[in-house]
Design a protein around this ligand. Structure first.
Ligand code: SF4
Length: 460
């Protein structure tokens, strides 16, 4: 049975359980997991759907209520519902691709898989703006785009991923309509797909966006400043009035169609020159979908460019932490009053405390890095990384015709080193919470130029 788009529109993407084991016995394949109800009064799950590529391959209405191991892990949950279900054994090699949905009278949600990873795929390396804080402006644009063959190669990765974003160094909406349509067509409706855009071309792609929502659930519009003086400096080549009009147009067209998706989220990279504007961005978010994304400027080591109005080092809020934190906390209070959800993306979160002047945020052990097992970051020029903070690529997925790190010797070595709490040279000086700018002791490949802080560098 093929499942409709409407089914997925009602899925709550919050994790509420796991698909956590499978057994193959006498050629009978059994999979199992559990869902947890955190709220008293919810009706218990009544049906489980197992899906493969938008097709229902099995359903069950039986639950072995209250699995003891789940009770230990989630003592706060009033009820947990374990399940086991037999499926066709031809799926034994495709377990990573299965998706499990749980339905009750009140809700429908998807169970997490231990390997449901994030996949970041750069659709285009071309951009129509030249924002001074962008690593591609500093290092040079590679200007490569994904071909249909590339997308065919990446398709299994899309199917296994839970979260997918089309971000990279380029502007997604510069991609030709038919190519973008092809990229959307590779992604099952159940996925959480999003991308960032500078918003300048939104008006030209409204139908395409709305036709493909789902799988597209979020569009994040990078604006950075709502001031007529600062915007042209931070978003060089863009026009604030055009972006704001486009965002409004998209929202109106979505409403006219009666669609819930994509949710529209303004975004700002927090800098010394704009952090006083967080409150204005909260006001803007309250006119859209009540969500605001903040990102701290990557802590790249970069010589300031005398020819630019933008002084990279001076823009890092770590040099003005006390006032920044005060402003941020007041703004977050204001957001609560307005009912706007503010979230941080990137290496630093609002909860993290500055532990030194050198790095804002919490420091963790390298072996805690989960990107090695669930991060996949593919640039359109062929660079494969586990995350955006890696300072050099791990391998070339285009040349090797492979997007699976377990099939690449260097990627396996990187995973092994991280597991052993060692910093591989690909992560040397990364601005992530695990490396926080430290150097690797591994001898580095002379052909690679490192960019301190993050984003994979250009090969020499
Ligand atoms: S750079 Fe940091 S987050 Fe990325 S793979 Fe290395 S340790 Fe993990």
């Amino acid at each position: 049975m093929e499942i409709t788009k409407e089914f997925f529109e009602n899925v709550n993407l919050a994790y509420a359980g796991f698909f956590d084991h499978h057994e193959l016995d006498d050629d009978v394949l059994t999979i199992g997991g559990w869902s947890v109800l955190f709220t008293e009064g919810n009706s218990i799950p009544k049906k489980i759907y197992i899906l493969f590529n938008n097709e229902v391959i099995a359903t069950s209405e039986e639950f072995n209520v209250n699995r003891d191991d789940v009770k230990v892990a989630h003592p706060e949950a009033p009820l947990n519902c374990g399940f086991t279900i037999e499926i066709d054994n031809s799926f034994k090699d495709k377990l990573d691709y299965l998706e499990i949905f749980v339905e009750s009278d009140d809700f429908l949600y998807q169970l997490n898989k231990f390997n449901g990873f994030l996949s970041q795929v750069e659709i285009s390396g071309k951009c129509n703006l030249r924002c001074p804080q962008c690593p591609a402006v500093m290092n040079g644009f590679h200007n490569k785009i994904l071909s249909k063959n590339d997308l065919d190669l990446i398709e299994p990765l899309f199917q296994q991923a839970r979260n997918i974003c089309f971000d990279g160094f380029g502007e997604v909406l510069l991609t030709k309509e038919e190519d973008l349509e092809y990229a959307f067509s590779k992604i099952p409706y159940s996925k959480d797909l999003k991308f960032h855009t500078n918003g300048m071309l939104l008006n030209k792609r409204i139908d395409l966006i709305l036709d493909n929502s789902l799988p597209l659930r979020q569009i994040i519009v990078s604006i950075d400043s709502l001031s007529d003086d600062l915007y042209p400096v931070l978003r060089k080549g863009g026009k604030l009035s055009v972006v704001l009009d486009n965002v409004k147009l998209l929202k109106e067209a979505r409403q006219e169609r009666g669609q819930r998706f994509p949710i529209i989220i303004p975004n700002m990279i927090i800098l010394n020159s704009n952090y006083k504007e967080i409150r204005d961005f909260i006001d803007l978010a309250s006119t859209l979908d009540n969500k605001l994304e903040l990102i701290h400027l990557y802590d790249l080591e970069k010589m300031d460019d005398d020819n630019s109005d933008f002084m990279y080092e001076n823009e890092k809020v770590k040099h003005n932490l006390k006032d920044y934190k005060k402003t941020l906390n007041e703004s977050l209070e204001y957001a609560k009053e307005k009912g706007v959800e503010v979230y941080f993306s990137g290496s630093v979160t609002s909860e993290d405390e500055a532990e030194s002047e050198e790095y804002i945020g919490e420091k963790r052990e390298v072996k805690e890095c989960h990107y090695k097992s669930n991060g996949r970051c593919l640039q359109a020029d062929g660079k494969f990384m586990f995350c955006v903070w890696q300072t050099s690529p791990v391998f070339d997925w285009k040349k090797t015709n492979n997007v699976d790190p377990s099939k690449n010797p260097r990627a396996r070595k990187v995973m092994e080193m991280l597991e052993n709490n060692e910093i591989p040279f690909e992560c040397s000086t990364a601005g992530c919470p695990y490396v926080y700018g430290r150097e690797s002791s591994e001898v580095k490949d002379e052909q690679v130029i490192f960019v301190k802080g993050g984003w994979s560098a250009t090969k020499a």
